[in-house]
Design a protein around this ligand. Structure first.
Ligand code: ATP
Ligand code: MG
Ligand code: MG
Ligand code: MG
Length: 356
């Protein structure tokens, strides 16, 4: 019999729409000879619905109709399954062999839903609770990077309550420890949502307020003038890194629009010295292991003109459309998109069986 892969997508984060596009690509590329595909869509309000088509949701803005069945994951490791929330019946038994979360951002990529999968006793693709959590929190992620001896940019972390009550001390700290431009970011998010490039003191307050609207922790980073280089990592205990790819943002920085609306360019492989490429691959694996990631991760770097390297971040569930950097990097390294999905599924099962 075919293996039942349940793809789950959407979700409450600011990256809901991106997730729908990634999920549509994953569903299309999964080998139908090998897998029976089941789906669950999570609305922006966090309700789970059975059998959703992500493309349809993308078009109708996530409208749920009266015959869509709301479901919940049963926390019964001896018999993991989805059941209808009220009165309805499912077209099948609600059972599956593995969950493939194609979710980005908080409550999808940050270890929270992975915690639910652990409690329910189901195998799933990608990082566990710790890997997801460390990969989402830019403040804690940097602490772990620093401890691993990885090069990172100078930064300051502030809490929302400090932004509200004592903005002057933040301003002073920024003026003494960093120089403009700085990047102000919500600690836990992705797709550049809530991020502002701040080039002068007078714009700092507004940027802090915006970031604090998304998270109660905000990171202020030294801006660097550098190329943006990304590497894809795949594996569990012996992760492998791809060739580097370069992003040429079509805007002042790689913001939400530059990522998904305008066409920024990807150059694969990035033109870099062999020594720099080796260093990047070594760092990418160190980053992956430092945050305790599993399965997959895309590591984002800044590389200056003199090829000085800074690690920016890791994304433990990176963009996964067929034109996204993660699958493109593997393609350039000799692993096709469908084969990449096979490997991710195998890695998810392997991790589950090792731990259970
Ligand atoms: P994603 O998860 O989609 O990759 P994100 O929301 O986690 O993105 P970052 O990758 O940290 O955000 O930053 C988004 C973009 O902002 C970067 O790709 C880069 O263009 C710019 N940027 C961020 N930090 C800096 C910095 N310190 N110096 C220069 N540019 C920066
Ligand atoms: Mg990110
Ligand atoms: Mg991200
Ligand atoms: Mg990034």
């Amino acid at each position: 019999p075919k293996m039942k892969v349940l793809v789950i997508f959407g979700g409450e984060s600011g990256e809901h729409e991106v997730s729908l596009v990634s999920a549509a690509s994953v569903i299309q590329a999964l080998d139908k000879e090998k897998y029976e595909i089941l789906t669950v869509g999570i609305t922006k309000k966090g309700q789970w619905y059975w059998g959703i088509d992500p493309q349809t949701w993308k078009l109708n803005n996530g409208t749920v109709s009266s015959h869509d069945v709301q479901v919940t994951l049963v926390t019964d490791p001896a018999n993991p399954r989805f059941i209808p929330v009220s009165g309805n019946t499912l077209p099948g038994d609600g059972k599956f062999d593995l969950i493939f979360p194609v979710l980005h951002g908080p409550k999808g990529e940050d270890g929270t839903i992975q915690g639910l999968f652990e409690i329910a006793g189901v195998p799933y693709v990608g990082s566990g609770v710790l890997g997801g959590a460390l990969g989402m929190d830019k403040d804690r992620m940097k602490a772990v990077f620093a401890q691993a001896g990885l090069p990172i940019v100078p930064h300051i972390t502030v809490l929302k309550n400090q932004i509200d009550n004592d903005p002057d001390s933040i301003r002073t700290k920024v003026m003494t420890e960093l120089s403009f431009p700085v990047f102000v970011k919500p600690a836990n998010l992705g797709s550049s949502v809530g991020i502002t490039k701040v080039s002068r003191e007078s714009d700092l307050g507004q940027a802090l307020k915006l970031a604090a609207a998304y998270d109660d922790k905000v990171v202020i980073e030294q801006g660097v003038k550098a190329r943006e280089i990304e590497l894809a990592v795949l594996g569990n205990e012996t992760p492998q890194a791809t060739v580097p790819g370069e992003i040429i943002p079509c805007k002042e920085f790689y913001d939400y629009e530059a990522k998904y609306i305008d066409d920024s360019k990807l150059i694969i492989p990035a033109q870099l010295n062999k020594k720099t490429v080796n260093k990047l691959q070594e760092y990418a694996v160190t980053v992956f292991q430092a945050v305790d990631a599993s399965g997959l991760g895309r590591v984002d770097f800044f590389v200056t003109d003199t090829e000085e390297i800074f690690v920016n971040e890791i994304n433990t569930l990176p963009g996964f459309t067929n034109i996204s950097m993660y699958p493109k990097l593997w393609e350039a390294t000799g692993v096709s998109y469908p084969e990449l999905l096979n490997r991710l599924i195998r890695l998810g099962l392997e991790r589950f069986h090792r731990l259970n």
